[in-house]
Design a protein around this ligand. Sequence first.
Ligand SMILES: O=C(O)c1ccccc1NCC(=O)[C@H](O)[C@H](O)COP(=O)(O)O
Length: 214
Amino acid sequence: MSAPAIKICGINTPQALDAAIAARADYIGLVFFAKSPRNVTMAQAAALAERAAGRTKVVGLFVDASTDFIAEAVVAAKLDAIQLHGAETPDALGRTRANLGVPVWKALSVASRDDIVRAQDFTGAADLILFDAKAPKGANLPGGLGLVFDWNLLAAYRGALPWGLAGGLSPDNVADAVRRTGATLVDVSSGVETAPGVKDAGLIRSFCFAARSA
Ligand SMILES: O=C(O)c1ccccc1NCC(=O)[C@H](O)[C@H](O)COP(=O)(O)O
């Protein structure tokens, strides 16, 4: 089994970006969602993307955002891909992908097997499915909460699209998660933070090391 690709999501400072690059993260995520403690402005995103250029790929995270807003971010932060974390339908997502010409990752919230089966609806519309834990009713955010879902749901998964694993990953559990699910991409945010929105260089390094050791 080859090492999974690694995405460190919710990067919002140059220090966190440098830590992700030093740990050889394949992707960093910029959160464009005002309610998030990891939210970045267009100007912050542009500056971070400039610093990241040629050293790691940049993914923009959006929640039910307008195509105009996403398009502005794609240009400002030269996004390599967009990650849609809301209730975007396959049709709407396919249109966004066609209009913007960037790879689209669809995050699916998982609590049961039915949520995994929904991935097939996005065949031909998305480029990658990111399975993440479902946020509890009334949660203030739809993701980035450090919650784990039952990885057994993915054990026999054979979807048409490439997929990644997110939700409550940390330096302590990522190797086990990769071994048990066969994920070829892992995505983390809270698990490499000391507080919501505050990334820790040591945790980023440990996470990347553990993911590669799986
Ligand atoms: O991070 C946020 O604040 C956020 C806000 C709205 C939707 C999604 C959000 N985060 C998702 C991620 O950062 C990752 O893709 C993934 O879900 C990992 O989160 P975590 O469980 O905290 O590791």
